[in-house]
Design a protein around this ligand. Structure first.
Ligand code: CIZ
Ligand code: SF4
Length: 357
């Protein structure tokens, strides 16, 4: 029962004390976040993992790539635990290392490896944080870098200083929305479809390319539509519409603003009381923001409650199970990134941290 689980989780937390840290992503359900020592987005949580070197066990209530990132940034003595191994991310799964290597080979054939007159290499790979450690490692090995939804523009600027073009994966929407805001024309953003030779793109599109977009998307954020925005504006003429940059381009264009979770939170916090917000991002986060800010009217653009289905796979039962394991000296569901991947992946993450203004 819920009471029984609550009792087990609290008892384990009390017994383990500072040896345990529980991290909870913004998109987790409230029943799980009730036990989290830190709540944040994937990058904030990875940073928390790095700061809590006193904790032997890091239990990550989020999805697989986030637990991997926590393992990359934590010490070798710490173990990272994902309460349910089936909590993946459908977007991260849309680009696997074999497909990316294959793409890279074809792009190298097409563009060669020679830098241009100003020393810029033909292609710089950029991976969104929402990707496997293997892809972060790929970027580390090939002159590339990681980005988050908060620093995507800074990272693309970094990449354009060093490369003639960017290969951006896995999220086409974040890549397109960010590059468009920087003035890159849509014609110079061909899409790479890993299922077709040369991405199924004609060579001309690839010749003129500035950003080659991978064919990935977030199944939660791609649900938002311009009709939902029109409806919100009709109902609340003064509404501020803020969407996440993982939303499709027409939705980002129709919104008042687009930004990361952190951006959305800060915008709400800075607004005068009595403001109305329509938010295009994951429902658990939107409902929590609404509960935390009774002085505003805050609602989700999508009227159909739609959480991230893989985030939802973490529930208190799994949390209680891994904590009981720790009490018995067992590390269940440990996430480890092997050194051959971890070393270059850390390089790509370090480049991102250094690129930050
Ligand atoms: O869509 C997601 O999963 C996001 C934005 C995660 C994160 O924390 O960056
Ligand atoms: Fe992946 Fe989207 Fe879920 Fe985030 S919200 S974990 S990007 S499927």
């Amino acid at each position: 029962s819920a009471e029984e689980l609550d009792r087990r989780i609290r008892a384990a937390k009390a017994a383990l004390g500072d040896r345990l840290v529980i991290l909870g992503h913004f998109y987790q359900r409230d029943e799980v976040l009730a036990y989290a020592d830190y709540v944040g987005d994937s990058f904030q949580l990875a940073t928390a993992a790095r700061e809590r070197t006193d904790a032997e066990a890091i239990v990550f209530c989020g999805v697989h790539f986030m637990a991997e990132t926590a393992d990359l940034l934590s010490t070798a003595e710490q173990s990272v635990i994902l309460p349910n191994l089936a909590a993946g991310c459908s977007m991260a799964d849309m680009a696997n290392i074999d497909q990316v290597e294959e793409c890279w080979e074809q792009l190298t054939e097409l563009y060669g490896t020679e830098p241009d007159a100003s020393g810029r290499v033909p292609v710089i790979p950029v991976t969104y944080m929402n990707s496997s450690a293997a892809l972060k490692g790929f970027c580390g090995r090939n002159g590339g870098i990681v980005c988050t939804s908060s620093n995507a523009q800074t990272v693309l600027e970094w990449a354009f200083e060093r490369g003639q073009r960017v290969l951006f994966f896995p999220d086409q929407h974040l890549g397109r929305n960010t590059a468009k805001a920087m003035g890159v024309p849509l014609e110079q953003m061909p899409m790479w479809n890993p299922n077709k030779p040369l991405g199924g793109n004609d060579a001309t599109a690839l010749d003129d390319s500035r950003v080659i977009l991978w064919h990935g998307f977030c199944s939660v954020h791609k649900r938002f539509t311009i009709d939902q925005i029109a409806k919100a504006r009709a109902e609340y003429p003064s509404v501020r519409v803020i969407v996440h940059p993982e939303c499709p381009m027409p939705v980002v264009d129709a919104a008042d603003e687009a930004g990361s979770t952190d951006y959305i939170r800060k915008a709400i916090e800075a607004a005068p009381a009595g403001s109305t917000f329509a938010i295009g991002t994951e429902i658990n986060l939107v409902q929590r923001l609404a509960a935390e800010h009774p002085e505003h009217t805050i609602f989700c653009l999508d009227p159909v409650i739609c959480p991230c289905s893989t985030m939802y796979r973490i529930h208190p039962g799994y949390l209680a199970w891994v904590l009981d394991g720790l009490l018995e000296g067992q590390v269940l569901n440990q996430i480890t990134v092997s050194d051959d991947v971890a070393l270059p992946a850390r390089i790509a993450l370090e480049r991102m941290l250094a690129a930050r203004p």
